[in-house]
Design a protein around this ligand. Structure first.
Ligand code: PLP
Length: 423
């Protein structure tokens, strides 16, 4: 008789994505540049990856706070004070460091209050279904991050009307909302910075539509937190000037180099999410040492040093954009900390990543399913602690790889937005 686990395992190996990656790993072991192991992390964004020292242009720690002495010290003190973990759902109790971190976050953001989840993924999976009821509607940008779409699936399973609208398209958004009527309220969900392209949504236009259609904007600004706007407060405040009629989700794990995600909202919504959101009630919290570190990161963001780090990041991004354009590389995005070069073909994209690696630079060579098929990209993540020489070296290396592979980077060929595909 069949062993059910053995049958399940071999059937899983036959599913499309697993077969695709299995073949990729078997047929192109030296080129795919996935599933690598980082053995050491040195100074100045140098890492030893699969045995080779390279400069890392694939880090989300955009401000370089992951190595900041005060952040490391608060983590160590947090361990002494609280131990490694608080084994209790926040439905019962929160460590004081959690309350302080939320208050500090809200004050830095100039938002009424904030609620911390263990990741941005869990924020979206938890908040989207909990914010609405079966009288309401949820519309999502077709290229919003995977976890927003997953949150929408949970919402749909609870009887909430859901739909997608065309990427960054106000007309499509209006048509979609009109089609879902009648509803009591709607939420319009999108990314604040699209993580593969570094591009941003037309928030002013979306806000006008939201108000006309009894809808609230929900902006997942994971890649804008700590990066965009005054003191890094993010895309929403930078573009709209306030949080009126807007819920903002942000990351603690990227620009802020701690751990977790959060939603900035009013106290009523915070209370409702604390009792209605699954991951908050039934799951565990961010470990206390990281909550202690958040307060320290807030000190930095509000200090002269924070301003300096942000200005370094912006200068570095501008430096990359300028050099890349001069080299005929046509980067997309380049507003916050992410710029992408459209290579297209999967094999060419992976080979370009591999050749850059051999020249001493790691950038993510991103292929399907993180981007649509035949829209492979080199995704460059600029950090405040990169040196201008490192950036110049990277651009020269990319230009030489483009030439060696005979790639034609033409701005007219590139789609307007490179995006996460939604599996
Ligand atoms: C817009 C957006 N949301 C969510 C995530 C996932 O964040 P986390 O790793 O905290 O779950 C990302 C990660 O890149 C993202 O870009």
């Amino acid at each position: 008789m069949d062993n059910p686990l053995a049958t399940l395992s071999s059937q899983l190996m036959q599913t499309t994505l697993v077969r695709y990656y299995h073949r990729l790993y078997l047929d192109f072991p030296d080129v795919h540049m996935k599933d690598m192991t980082q053995e050491e992390s040195g100074a100045g964004r140098r890492i030893r990856l699969d045995g080779r020292w390279v400069t890392n242009f694939g880090s989300d720690s955009f401000l370089g706070l992951d190595k900041h002495p005060a952040v490391l010290q608060s983590l160590a003190l947090g361990i002494q004070k609280w131990g490694s973990h608080n084994g209790c759902s926040r439905a019962f109790s929160s460590v004081e460091a959690n309350e302080i971190a939320e208050a500090r976050l809200a004050s830095w953001l100039k938002a009424p209050s904030a609620l911390i989840f263990p990741s941005v993924t869990l924020t979206n999976l938890g908040a989207l279904p909990a914010l609405l009821t079966r009288h309401d509607a949820l519309v999502v940008d077709q290229y919003a991050h995977h976890c927003i779409h997953q949150g929408a699936k949970i919402a749909k399973s609870q009887g909430i009307a859901t739909s997608t609208f065309q990427h960054n398209d106000p007309d499509s958004l209006e048509r979609t909302l009109a089609r879902l009527r009648p509803y009591r309220h709607a939420i319009i969900a999108m990314d604040g910075v699209y993580s593969m392209s570094g591009t941003v949504p037309p928030l002013v236009e979306f806000q006008r539509i939201a108000r006309q259609h009894r809808a609230v904007l929900y902006v997942d600004d994971a890649h804008g937190t700590g990066v965009l706007g005054e003191r890094g407060r993010g895309t929403v405040l930078d573009t709209l000037g306030n949080y009126d009629n807007t819920l903002v989700v942000g990351s603690l794990s990227k620009g802020l180099s701690c751990f977790g995600g959060f939603i900035a909202c009013n106290p009523q919504i915070k209370f409702a999410l604390k009792v209605r959101s699954g991951p908050m009630v039934f799951g565990g919290p961010v470990p206390p040492p990281y909550l202690e570190a958040i307060a320290t990161v807030m000190d930095i963001m509000e200090s002269e040093e924070g301003l300096l780090l942000l200005s370094n990041l912006r200068e570095n991004m501008e430096h990359f954009n300028r050099l890349a354009l001069e080299a005929g590389l046509f980067p997309k995005g380049g507003i916050g900390a992410i710029a992408s070069l459209l290579i297209g073909d999967e094999m060419a994209t992976m080979t370009a990543g591999k050749l850059l690696f051999e020249r001493g630079f790691f950038v993510q060579s991103v292929i399907f399913p993180a981007v649509p098929h035949k829209q492979g990209i080199l995704r460059v993540q600029i950090n405040a602690i990169h040196t201008q020489e490192q950036i110049q070296g990277l651009v020269e290396a990319i230009a030489s790889v483009v030439e060696e592979l005979g790639l034609a980077l033409n701005p007219m060929d590139a789609p307007n937005q490179l995006v996460h595909t939604n599996l």
